[in-house]
Design a protein around this ligand. Structure first.
Ligand code: ADP
Ligand code: MG
Ligand code: MG
Length: 205
């Protein structure tokens, strides 16, 4: 399986559909442990990203990721905008020059994205952030590489998202809630789950 330019565009389109569909759910997750805007932020940013991707002509996959990154960076806002923007920018740089993205380059790209999120957010595993979904997903795809299964990618991402429920937030707005942040799924981990469930769909097609 290799991802081509149109697969990457499809990835953002499917993610956008899921985010628009679950906008209120994502915002609801951000109410008890944040400021109740995560769904609004992500819906605005992903809508802008797919609009941009539908209008441009691309020569290689890295350009799709770069444009998506710029759209998310400028439109999502909040803490998550720069983090998602950085993730896709780092992924774009990691796959620069490639005509298609195979499993090995997907691992490289997503590893670079994870590193970018960690550096930008100064977050490590277990702090109830995006890292807690991106990290396990990178671990899963690195270990499976050649026989990456779409269903497993989805279930790994879902389980990782669910594990954030029991974590206490020590980064971002949710950290202000200290122990009270326990018992709620991290909003950014939920949106990241949609990102990877959508990636699994294009990987399968
Ligand atoms: P804001 O908190 O500014 O309103 P959002 O609500 O859009 O921004 O995004 C919140 C999400 O961003 C959190 O649920 C968390 O997953 C992620 N996040 C916040 N701070 C960090 C950080 N330092 N590192 C990684 N992810 C973070
Ligand atoms: Mg918020
Ligand atoms: Mg906010």
């Amino acid at each position: 399986m290799e991802l081509e330019i149109h697969d990457l565009i499809k990835w953002f389109e499917i993610t956008n559909e899921r985010i628009q569909q679950h906008k209120d759910y994502l915002t609801g997750l951000d109410q008890p442990i944040g400021d109740g805007d995560h769904g609004i932020n992500m819906a605005r940013g992903y809508q802008e990203a797919v609009t941009k991707l539908s209008q441009a002509e691309y020569q290689e996959p890295s350009e799709v990721l770069r444009d998506a990154s710029m759209a998310l960076l400028s439109k999502v806002g909040g803490a998550s905008g720069p983090l998602y923007g950085t993730a896709f920018l780092k992924m774009s740089l990691a796959v620069k020059g490639l005509e298609t993205i195979n499993a090995a380059s997907l691992v490289n790209g997503l590893s670079a994205a994870l590193l970018g999120i960690k550096q930008r957010g100064k977050a490590e595993a277990g702090e109830k952030t995006l890292v807690d979904v991106w990290g396990p997903v990178v671990d899963y795809i690195s270990s499976e590489e050649s026989n990456l299964r779409a269903e497993d990618l989805t279930s790994q991402a879902r389980m990782a998202m669910e594990r954030t429920k029991e974590m206490m937030a020590t980064k971002g707005r949710a950290s202000y809630f200290k122990e009270k942040s326990i018992g709620h799924i991290d909003p950014g981990s939920a949106s990241s789950y949609y990102v990877f469930a959508s990636l699994a769909e294009v990987w399968k097609e």
